[in-house]
Design a protein around this ligand. Structure first.
Ligand code: ZN
Length: 353
């Protein structure tokens, strides 16, 4: 009898074995092997207590996570908490004055109720912790994508970040989650060009301020205009000094609906994206342009969040990658924070064409 060559035996046996093993795995275990999208969330984000009647409240995240878990998509997501090993403080200091960061910590610990005497930045004992963990969540999302553990990631975090200024809290925001994530991707993961796309109904004035003179981070924003925070969202603001040409504001009229933003993405974003060739896309994903939102009036459908996601993914694919880190900003309606977010996350998770 002729003995089977061991090498040949392995060639025959290994695929048979892996077929048998894969046949034995249940659907959940199979899904674990092929996660495309991470969902970063931590209950600590609920601890930032803004008081009764305030639009940016913990129930936003309770509704969001409940809705996702009631839907099929939940099983296809890699649910993760912010990485405990990440110390967010040095990265917060990259974009914010140390004095302001220390003052926020002190005010929270002292039990004060608001920052800078401003009614739009209420704080509680746990606000500092929630805000630093939100930054850690954004950095975890960057790590997971850069280390290819997933294709892309969505971080369901609060407090939001895009109005936060280098030296102060503003508009429900304390630390610039998207801006800090962009700088982290550059300094920790050695990327040269990062783009931040902000589709919150409000202009991301904090993010714009942080990168106004920086040609290595392109800031692109679509927003209702005029609206809070005011003139920062003007299309005339295109960057300063070395950053000239690396900032684009596309103002949208109240009631302009899905068609206007899709056009802005297909024309303005596509043009700038192809010129800039970002190695990572960070989305400041607000859902307050949704038709149900009490603060915005752009009238977008839930479906448009899937469409915008598809356009963004397509632009990344042209650059040979699909690295997207999406961070929750605003969104104050049930429809926006549940269906809008779900359509966005489903469009992130779906297999590439
Ligand atoms: Zn907003």
């Amino acid at each position: 009898m002729k003995f089977l060559n061991p090498a040949r035996f392995l060639v025959l046996f290994t695929p048979l074995c892996s077929f048998m093993i894969s046949g034995m795995l249940n659907a959940d275990e199979k899904a674990k092997q092929t996660f495309r999208t991470a969902l970063i969330y931590d209950d600590v984000f609920l601890e930032h207590d803004t008081g009764p009647g305030f639009p940016e409240h913990p129930d936003r995240l309770r509704r969001l996570t409940k809705h996702l878990k009631e839907n099929e998509i939940s099983k296809r997501l890699m649910w993760v908490k912010p990485d405990e090993k990440i110390d967010p403080l040095p990265w917060i200091h990259e974009m914010h004055d140390k004095k302001y960061v220390a003052e926020l910590k002190r005010a929270c610990e002292a039990g004060e109720k608001r920052m800078h005497d401003s009614g739009d930045t209420p704080i509680s004992k746990s606000t500092y912790e929630a805000a630093t963990r939100a930054v850690a969540g954004a950095l975890t999302a960057v790590d997971l994508v850069m280390e290819k553990k997933v294709t892309n990631a969505f971080a369901a975090l609060r407090p939001p970040g895009h109005h936060a200024m280098p030296d102060r809290a503003k508009g429900f925001c304390f630390f610039g989650n998207a801006a800090i994530a962009a700088r982290y991707a550059q300094k920790h993961h050695k990327l040269k060009r990062v783009m931040v796309v902000d589709w919150d109904v409000h202009h991301g004035d904090g993010t714009q301020e942080m990168f106004l003179e920086d040609p290595s981070v392109f800031f692109f924003s679509v927003h209702q205009y005029p609206l809070y925070p005011g003139p920062s969202g003007s299309p005339d603001i295109k960057g300063k000094g070395a950053g000239e040409g690396f900032n684009l504001n596309v103002p949208l009229q109240a009631g302009s609906g899905d068609a206007a933003v899709i056009k802005a993405f297909e024309n303005d974003l596509a043009r700038e994206f192809r010129k800039f060739k970002p190695e990572l896309l960070i989305i400041s994903a607000g859902f307050d342009a949704h038709k149900d939102d009490p603060l915005g009036a752009l009238g977008w459908s839930s479906e448009v969040y899937a469409k915008l996601t598809e356009i963004a993914r397509g632009l990344c694919r042209e650059q040979g990658h699909e690295r997207i880190v999406s961070l929750l900003e605003g969104g104050y309606s049930e429809g926006g924070i549940t269906e809008g977010v779900r359509r966005h996350v489903e469009a992130l998770e779906v297999a590439a064409e």
